[in-house]
Design a protein around this ligand. Structure first.
Ligand SMILES: *[C@@H]1O[C@H](CO)[C@@H](O)[C@H](O)[C@H]1NC(C)=O
Ligand SMILES: *[C@@H]1O[C@H](CO)[C@@H](O)[C@H](O)[C@H]1NC(C)=O
Ligand SMILES: *[C@@H]1O[C@H](CO)[C@@H](O)[C@H](O)[C@H]1NC(C)=O
Ligand SMILES: *[C@@H]1O[C@H](CO)[C@@H](O)[C@H](O)[C@H]1NC(C)=O
Ligand SMILES: *[C@@H]1O[C@H](CO)[C@@H](O)[C@H](O)[C@H]1NC(C)=O
Length: 434
């Protein structure tokens, strides 16, 4: 009885094998590459994820002479790269090989020199390792006998390039010590690390900054339980669920798509625009769902300290009640970046009080302290009793608000919204409260 199926199996095996030999551009048998297999540029081989959602292979942007190893969507008709292995060390000729060498995934050039490697050292890997492309677009290196995501030896999701896919995380993980951020391409044809990056700052009341080289250019604002304080239009959509986690083990932002065959990505363009796209099957194209920075008021510190930006006033910069322009001449010329100063110094006693500003993007949270265990009343007391405290707010706006964040020193990069935002309480001297 057993001979027949065995014969049958080897027959199928031989057929598949000869198909692979005769048509080398066919994908590697499954979504995995074993230690004895390799992917060569000249053969046009690729690795497909199990449900044919993503594909890993070599590519060259149309007007470039550089070759890259990367991942793109297989399931959609418009070629869209979501990850690049060797962005800063492209292959200069159309000869290249991806293989597993010394339990590492390595990309070799025409002289068999590694131009890119997963660079794992030592470890006690016993079983042979395999590389596998998963259906969420994650390229992983793992022990061939171990499928546990917590024990992957390496994963591309820990090294994002310019794109955040569903299930990928931005931010920091204590266990793996990875601190993941996005970095733009230099240009549409040069995928090397560009000037713009999007990084989650993990201390205090975490928020994400967009950087242009060494300068901050845009700030998401902190997570308020529902959305980032500076992204008022962010809400739970029918099919996209956002997740922000801040604990001792990780501080991360991610999103999930809850509908099959729906594709969404967050990409940092080479010109420094954050864009969320969703794929529209009917028109076979990506639709821009959201982008930032959006307007003048999104520009970092547009109105300096104690100023706030209102895109419906002219000029856009305004001083918070109780403050006046630090430099009236420049302010008059519509440069608000010098900000505002207090009209009356605080007395640092119970005579001081608070003005409530509604629908605000919370100020830069780098000089804050957070206590999620207390409410607004205790928060006010805490700010009142600290002479250096200048403002306070709830950390979570759900269910009427909870938690406490207090700012010490100057507050900056504040704006208001027509819809969204939250209450911010700023400390003023009694005479300015009026
Ligand atoms: C690989 O693809 C290129 C472009 O599509 C084609 O010119 C070339 O002949 C292919 N090579 C093989 C070995 O199939
Ligand atoms: C691997 O290590 C080499 C040599 O230290 C380094 O140049 C390269 O950037 C590393 N590759 C990755 C992907 O980190
Ligand atoms: C992660 O990176 C960000 C941006 O560079 C930095 O501000 C933050 O402190 C880092 N977090 C940790 C825990 O290293
Ligand atoms: C959000 O992320 C955390 C940490 O990764 C995870 O434990 C949690 O289950 C996620 N929540 C949702 C609703 O997906
Ligand atoms: C307030 O700020 C001053 C000057 O920065 C500092 O010396 C002092 O220790 C601070 N006080 C408190 C209670 O933090």
């Amino acid at each position: 009885m057993r001979g027949v199926p065995n014969f049958h199996h080897s027959y199928i095996f031989c057929s598949v094998f000869s198909v692979l030999i005769l048509f080398p551009q066919f994908s590697i048998s499954a979504n995995t590459m074993s230690a004895t297999e390799s992917l060569t540029l000249s053969s046009n081989q690729t690795i497909l994820s199990p449900g044919n959602v993503f594909e890993l292979g070599f590519f060259k942007p149309s007007s470039s002479s550089r070759w890259y190893l990367g991942i793109w969507f297989k399931a959609i008709s418009k070629r869209t790269y979501v990850w690049v292995a060797n962005r800063d060390s492209p292959l200069s000729s159309s000869i290249g090989t991806l293989k597993i060498s010394d339990n590492n995934l390595a990309l070799l050039d025409q002289s068999d020199k590694p131009v890119w490697s997963t660079n794992l050292t030592g470890g006690d890997v016993r079983a042979p390792v395999v590389a596998e492309l998963l259906d969420n677009g994650n390229l992983v290196l793992r022990d061939s006998n171990n499928n546990d995501p917590d024990e992957f030896l390496w994963q591309s999701f820990d090294f994002p390039t310019d794109t955040l896919l569903p299930e990928m995380k931005l931010g920091w993980d204590l266990k793996t010590r990875h601190n993941r951020s996005l970095r733009s391409w230099r240009s549409p044809d040069d995928l090397s690390s560009g000037d713009f990056s999007f990084k989650l700052e993990t201390r205090g009341f975490p928020e994400i900054f967009l950087w242009n080289r060494e300068s901050r250019v845009y700030r998401s604002g902190p997570w308020n339980g529902i959305r980032f304080s500076g992204v008022p239009e962010m809400q739970a959509f029918d099919y996209i669920v956002f997740n922000f986690t801040a604990s001792n083990e990780e501080v991360s932002y991610s999103f999930r798509v809850t509908k099959n065959n729906m594709y969404s990505r967050l990409t940092l363009s080479s010109t420094g625009i954050l864009q969320r796209f969703t794929w529209i099957e009917a028109v076979q194209n990506w639709n821009q769902f959201w982008y930032a920075p959006k307007d003048q008021c999104d520009e970092y510190k547009e109105c300096g300290s104690y100023g706030y930006c209102d895109s419906n006033t002219s000029p856009v910069c305004n001083c918070i009640k109780g403050f006046e322009p630090r430099n009236p001449q420049v302010w008059g010329l519509r440069d608000g970046s010098d900000g505002c100063v207090r009209k009356t110094q605080l007395s640092c006693d119970s005579g001081d009080g608070f003005v409530r500003l509604k629908k605000m993007k919370l100020p830069d949270t780098r000089a804050t302290s957070v206590d999620r265990g207390i409410g607004l009343k205790e928060c006010e007391e805490k700010c009142m009793s600290d002479c250096n405290c200048t403002a306070f707010a709830n950390t979570d706006i759900r269910d009427g608000g909870s938690g406490c964040v207090i700012w010490t020193g100057e507050i900056s990069d504040i704006r208001n919204y027509v819809e969204g935002g939250q209450d911010l309480y700023v400390k003023l001297a009694a005479t300015d409260l009026g």
